[in-house]
Write a protein that binds this ligand. Structure first.
Ligand code: K2U
Ligand code: NI
Length: 188
């Protein structure tokens, strides 16, 4: 199983690279990698397992974070209405996004960044994603997801990793807490 030692940290060049499209049909190895990413995220949310293996809680993970420069992400989180979003995505692409932006007033963190970086991370309030979903039974199905609010933030954070972008890169250097006209804080 994957643990924190498998997660590369800020400064590692893979985190700033644009990752490669996954060749389809998916190889057995790529499926295994993506399943292990979802397992790590779920384990990180299980008190006993997280404690036993010293896992930092996470709601998402992108393959570049385990030094695999491929367009694969695993997300497992509840939205503001306690609806579960649990997806293993392959070659996800944001095909449209709102002009309106949002951000977490608490800022963001990252399993690959071992420090607090205060500031608002501005993201699109609504996005539409297209790509492929790896199902539990190992099958791949094309998928289109319309997301807003908290889960839109999480998916954007992970897709940023596929393009070599960290949340730090999106914080305004001059004024980290600048709120532009078209942005509103996420209401929980
Ligand atoms: O990509 C990652 O490093 C996983 C991040 C994803 C993330 C952080 C902030 C905002 C949206 C997504 C980790 O989940 S950070 C830890 C965490 C844990 C529970 C809830 C929110 C963030
Ligand atoms: Ni991250």
């Amino acid at each position: 199983m994957l643990t924190m030692k498998d997660i590369i940290r800020e400064g590692h060049e893979t985190l700033t690279k644009v990752s490669n499209e996954v060749k389809l049909p998916m190889s057995r190895e790529d499926k295994k990698t993506l399943f292990s990413m979802m397992e790590l995220i779920k384990n990180s949310q299980n008190k006993d397992i997280a404690e036993k293996y010293q896992l930092r809680p996470g709601v998402g993970l992108a393959a570049p974070q385990i030094n695999v420069s491929k367009k694969m992400i695993a997300i497992h989180t509840l939205d503001e209405n306690n609806k579960l979003y649990s997806y293993m995505l392959v070659n996800p692409k944001i095909i449209s996004h709102s002009v309106e932006q949002t951000f977490l007033t608490s800022g963001e963190g990252c399993l690959s960044v071992d420090r607090e970086v205060p500031g608002y991370v501005l993201r699109s309030k609504r996005i539409t994603i297209k790509g492929y979903e790896l199902k539990e039974n190992g099958e791949l199905a094309s998928i289109k997801l319309r997301l807003k609010g908290y889960v839109a933030i999480v998916f954007q954070h992970e897709i940023d990793h596929l393009n070599g972008i960290l949340f730090i890169d999106r914080i305004n250097k001059e004024n980290p807490f600048l709120v532009p006209e078209n942005a509103n804080p996420l209401e929980f």
